[in-house]
Design a protein around this ligand. Structure first.
Ligand code: ZN
Ligand code: FE
Ligand code: FE
Ligand code: ZN
Length: 268
């Protein structure tokens, strides 16, 4: 008999980020219906000043804690963790340091969505790929990814090859990008995620590519499997595919987080 142990889904958003629907209680009820053992919220973190229009404001952090607590109250049988998806920006270290002190986070997820002032994964800003050049965008992206992993601020690195979102990929063996990124995660003791949202973006592939995952598994990088849900019906989306991908690339365990301590559970 095949016993499928579902992963925890640690990358869930809330309407506070202005581009998600459904409150944490709705995500939690969906997770219970799917049989997920645990979930966690990691909405887009506030910035010190008005920065873009797709994140909570700093003064909304207490509301974020309240809506996560509400889900915990409604679904007492489901462990619900508190995290944040934090943008890595060069020079942003002191803000991230301050943010990390503002709540008893279970984990912080580090994301690279910006190359300088360019929000490269925003569909409204894809024209800049042609100004920048695909090779230059990839070089810069992976440099920032490794820098973020090494920063020590994050427990999990998000959607590792997000730069492929709109199918922009340089020619040749992409291991030259993956190897330094995996090395940075290894050196810093940071986990990664398999993020299934990429399946539903123009690239129509899970993040990251199997080539990245094989290197990460061989290096012993801890793994999480997350949906990056921006709506309750997206919780746990494509998890059977993600589990098969993880196992096929050599992973045997999944990481769980509580109060920024990591534990490992068997993959099957
Ligand atoms: Zn989002
Ligand atoms: Fe993201
Ligand atoms: Fe996200
Ligand atoms: Zn994300």
């Amino acid at each position: 008999m095949i016993r499928l142990i579902m992963p925890a889904d640690y990358h869930l958003h809330t309407p506070l980020c202005r581009h998600a629907t459904g409150w944490p209680v709705d995500y939690a009820q969906r997770a219970l219906a799917l049989g997920l053992p645990e979930i966690g919220f990691s909405d887009h973190s506030p910035m010190p000043a008005l920065f873009d229009d797709w994140r909570m404001l700093d003064e909304e952090l207490p509301r974020y804690f309240a809506v996560v607590d509400e889900a915990r109250a409604v679904c007492p049988g489901l462990p619900i963790r508190l995290g944040l998806e934090v943008d890595w920006l060069e020079g942003g270290q002191s803000w991230i340091e301050a943010l990390s002190q503002r709540a008893p986070w279970d984990y912080l997820i580090g994301s690279v969505h910006y190359l300088g002032d360019w929000n490269f994964d925003n569909p409204a800003e894809t024209a800049r790929f042609s100004n920048y050049g695909i090779g230059e965008a990839w070089d810069r992206y992976w440099h920032l990814f490794a820098q973020a992993a090494r920063s020590g601020f994050f427990d999990i690195m998000a959607h590792p090859d997000l730069v492929k979102k709109f199918k922009h990929r340089p020619p040749g063996d992409l291991a030259r990008y993956y190897e330094p990124a995996v090395q940075a995660c290894l050196d810093a003791g940071v986990a990664i995620e398999i993020n299934t949202a990429g399946l539903f973006k123009p690239v129509a592939e899970i993040y990251p590519a199997p080539g990245f995952l094989r290197l990460a598994a061989a290096a012993g990088i801890p793994l999480t499997i997350n949906s990056d849900a921006h709506a309750p019906e997206e919780v746990g989306r494509a998890f059977p595919e993600a589990l098969a991908l993880a196992a096929g690339c050599g992973f045997t365990q999944l990481a769980r987080f509580q109060q920024r301590y990591r534990t490992l559970v068997p993959l099957d």
